[in-house]
Design a protein around this ligand. Structure first.
Ligand code: GAL
Ligand code: CA
Length: 347
């Protein structure tokens, strides 16, 4: 039975890869007629990551015809396992892919992938989960596409400051002039977790606000974990929570769900997230979430595409990343609150 399911998996994989082949139906075995881009995702079920991949597929559909070559985009899901991801990269190398795009499971473990790719001379574009600088310096054909984490934190701070000042009597529940807050963090060690957590508080301090942390903990980018943390904190602090900072939107939504279903909350706190996913925009419209900061999945996908296509065609990267020697492309953010939501949704 085991053997049977293996065969089924192999067949399933073959079918999947065939479906993803874009452009021309006549796949040629001649490598020069084909560009193969392999993409391994840390978890395909992550909302923001799946939005990067659907944008990439869309871009490939729209632009694939501009080249006289078949463009193959193959997405694989590492399911949060470094071992899976290593095997997926091995497979891309063995099958002579032109470019490998890696959304690392463990951002501190890029070295093995880089070294293997280097010996096969296949460039690597890391995205969303940034390798440490030492690893980025292991070879010159590696790139990173991501967002400007410090800016997202500072924009979150702006949203909190504006909302707080617009109705200080309401939000400063205990009238001590300070902001009592809880912080819901993403995965430990992720650059966006570390930077967003630090800089939203730093930015508010720089603006002259005094803050008091009631609690902080990781919810690993996940809504259900954030929901149970928030329920626990509401039990512990009752209605004393004045602001909820969340490193991303799905966790903010989990917290909002806890706030809305808890009768201990009399005045709703300010809640801010990051990413700008559809559900967060809806939540802002009904004034549940105070605001979010858009991480532009489309612009990030476009950067990955541009770098990959240029590398595969031997075209200079200067137009995409500024200079030939640059390795980083970090996309800026936009903040969203009830004040500008209509302009953005009409775009
Ligand atoms: C962050 C994003 C999170 C999650 C994470 C995955 O940039 O805000 O929602 O997708 O990346 O690495
Ligand atoms: Ca207070």
């Amino acid at each position: 039975m085991k053997k049977g399911s293996k065969i089924f998996n192999v067949l399933g994989l073959m079918l999947m890869s065939t479906l993803i082949v874009s452009c021309n139906e006549n796949i040629s075995n001649n490598k020069n007629d084909e560009i193969k881009i392999g993409i391994t995702l840390y978890r395909q079920d992550d909302t923001f990551i799946s939005s990067i991949s659907s944008n990439l597929e869309e871009i490939s559909k729209e632009n694939g015809d501009n080249f006289n070559k078949n463009i193959v985009l193959e997405f694989v899901d590492a399911k949060a396992s470094t071992i899976n991801q290593g095997n997926q990269v091995d497979k891309f190398i063995k099958q002579d892919y032109d470019v490998i795009c890696v959304n690392l499971v463990d951002r501190t473990a890029a070295a093995t992938i880089i070294d293997k790719a280097k010996s096969a001379n296949i460039p690597v574009i890391f995205f969303n989960r940034e390798p440490v600088e030492e690893d980025m310096n292991r070879w010159d054909k590696i790139y990173y596409v991501g967002a400007q984490a410090e800016q997202s934190a500072r924009l979150q701070a702006d949203i909190v400051a504006e909302e707080w000042l617009s109705n200080k009597n309401y939000y400063d529940k205990n009238k001590d002039g300070k902001i009592q807050y809880v912080m819901i963090e993403g995965e430990p060690g992720h650059q966006d977790t570390l930077i967003r957590t630090e800089y939203c508080i730093k930015a508010l301090n720089e603006m002259g606000f005094q803050l008091e942390k009631l609690a902080d903990d990781t919810a690993n980018w996940q809504s259900d974990q954030a929901n149970s943390k928030m329920n626990q904190w509401i039990k512990e602090f009752g209605d004393d929570i004045e602001v909820v900072f969340s490193n991303n939107d799905v966790m903010a939504l989990g917290a909002i769900y806890a706030i809305n279903s808890n009768s201990n909350i009399i005045r709703k706190p300010i809640v801010v997230g990051v990413d700008g996913i559809k559900e967060a925009i809806e939540s802002i419209k009904i004034r549940d979430m105070t605001g979010t900061v858009i991480s532009d999945a489309n612009a990030q996908a476009q950067a990955i595409w541009d770098i990959a296509i240029n590398l595969a065609n031997g075209i200079s990267l200067e137009d995409v990343i500024g200079s030939e020697r640059e390795k980083y492309k970090k996309i800026p953010h936009t903040k969203v609150t009830i004040d500008n939501i209509n302009e953005l949704s009409n775009e």
